[in-house]
Design a binder for this molecule. Structure first.
Ligand SMILES: [Mg+2]
Length: 279
């Protein structure tokens, strides 16, 4: 029996072969609205926290077993955002007073508008109220107790955000001595500075810098040059400098591949982050 399909499909097939481009289907990317629901559920039902714990436990076992005897001072590198501190309220815009709650947008705003846009990234940093990512904070405290590692936070936050970042780390339980390395700010960031935030420069304790000769410093500057303007290049260059100065980086822990690629660490640990990507 000749049906509509049997009669017309062969014709359709020929038509497709002739005009292949018109019939070929393209693979659509996943729907962004659906993905937002998926990541919300991943965060809400505890899988995100569990996955963080799994990776941190691996790092914990590794660090515990790491021999204290070394010809070089030992260090650990930690990222800050979504590694040590959680920015979840800002990531999902949960404090926003307008209708796009859960929109996962990134907002950066001029400093004098922070009352209206408390969820803007730069305003949030200045508030210094981000909660700790507890497994990382616990690992940090355990590393402090072991007394064999110096902890370096290397973050893409900007240098003028240093005092607020220190306030936030200290206030969320990252007690003890640590070193903070932040990205140098450029003139284009001036408009985002809060009126009172550029007054105090953050200072690291003396133990963060090892004595090096002028010759070594010059060689380090040459070997550890920035290769491009990405966060990955900045972080790689900073780990390169630490290594050239004499530190042995035994572990590097972050939530982005850009935290970890580029070498200069004996082991790397990648925490989950399906919420945003930093290159
Ligand atoms: Mg991060």
């Amino acid at each position: 029996m000749c049906t509509w399909r049997s009669k017309f499909c062969p014709l359709g097939l020929i038509w497709c072969l002739v005009f292949l481009g018109a019939c070929a289907t393209t693979a659509q990317p996943p729907n962004l609205g659906d993905l937002k629901q998926v990541v919300l559920a991943y965060h809400k039902d505890g899988r995100y926290e569990k996955d963080i714990e799994y990776v941190i436990n691996e790092a914990r076992e590794y660090l515990k077993r790491y021999p204290a005897e070394s010809d070089k001072p030992l260090s650990i590198v930690l990222d800050i955002d979504e590694t040590s501190l959680t920015n979840w309220p800002v990531i999902k815009n949960e404090n926003r007073n307008v209708s796009n709650d859960n929109d996962f947008g990134y907002i950066k705003i001029a400093g004098d508008k922070c009352d209206d846009y408390p969820e803007a990234w730069n305003c949030w940093i200045e508030k210094a109220t981000a909660l700790p990512i507890k497994p990382t904070r616990d690992l940090y405290l355990e590393a402090q107790e072991l007394k064999k590692f110096t902890v370096f936070f290397i973050s893409a936050r900007l240098d003028y955000e240093g005092p607020a970042t220190q306030r936030n780390l200290n206030g969320s339980g990252f007690s003890g001595t640590y070193c903070l390395i932040l990205r140098p700010s450029g003139p284009t960031d001036e408009r985002y500075k809060l009126p009172d935030s550029s007054v105090t420069a953050f200072k690291n304790p003396p133990g963060c810098t090892l004595p090096v000769s002028v010759d070594t410093a010059a060689k380090t500057a040459e070997r550890c040059k920035l290769t491009d303007s990405t966060v990955a290049a900045f972080k790689t260059a900073e780990r390169c400098k630490l290594t050239e100065q004499g530190w042995k980086i035994v572990a590097n822990i972050g939530d982005q591949p850009s935290d970890l690629e580029g070498g200069y660490a004996e082991r790397i640990f990648l925490l989950p982050n399906p919420f945003y990507r930093i290159r």
